[in-house]
Design a protein around this ligand. Structure first.
Ligand code: FES
Length: 198
């Protein structure tokens, strides 16, 4: 895995090095948090109440979900992420060479998304569709929302007003791992249901 280093030294030159894309931030924060489960925090430095507290940080799991070699073009595979709850139903698909935002693989055409519509949680299994260069999930069986899988799951049409949560992927050799999520899974107030501060 890539060793991600971020330098921010407070100088004007250093300022630019603090910048990173949202996707890169999500990747960094999820994997780094999973790797370092305990950190020290200095609270109220310089004051009489100054203290160092231990805080437990829990990140997204890194879960093996498929092999690149087993994927067939435009044939979705089902999996659960980030846990096994019924609301964690997701799909992985290789979109036949059509490059996508957040796509992995040689052609950046492998993506993964939650199956649950962001409007009222309509299940969108078996709604993946190829139309010319377009790759969509939907229409949702409840109120017909349609999502664009090439562009981070943004809404094409319908009642929903939030993008479909996208599963962040990494490829290591032939293995495809889920490592995080962009967006909130329908019905949850946080994606990681079991996380607690120690
Ligand atoms: S639940 Fe999907 S559009 Fe309403």
């Amino acid at each position: 895995m890539t060793d991600t280093k971020i330098k921010c030294d407070g100088t004007p030159a250093g300022h630019g090095r603090c910048m990173m894309s949202r996707r890169r931030f999500m990747l960094y924060s999820s994997t780094a948090a999973a790797a370092a489960s305990t950190i020290s925090l200095s609270l109220l430095p310089g004051s009489a109440q100054a203290a160092t507290q231990k805080a437990r940080v829990i990140g997204y799991p890194r879960k093996l979900i498929a092999k690149v070699s087993q994927l067939k073009n435009n044939k979705p595979l089902d999996f659960n992420y980030p846990d096994d709850h019924v609301s964690a139903m997701c799909m992985l698909v290789k979109m036949g060479g059509v490059q996508a935002g957040g796509g992995v693989g040689k052609k950046e055409d492998i993506v993964a998304y939650s199956y649950l519509c962001t409007h009222q949680g309509g299940p969108m299994h078996n709604t993946y569709k190829v139309t010319d260069e377009h790759r969509t999930l939907g229409p949702c069986p409840l109120h017909l929302s349609l999502y664009d899988l090439r562009r981070h799951g943004i809404i094409v049409s319908g009642q929903a007003y939030e993008s479909l949560p996208q599963v962040l992927l990494e490829v290591d050799g032939d293995d495809i791992y889920a490592v995080g999520m962009l967006g909130l899974i329908f019905g949850r107030n946080k994606n990681l249901m079991d996380t607690q501060e120690a």
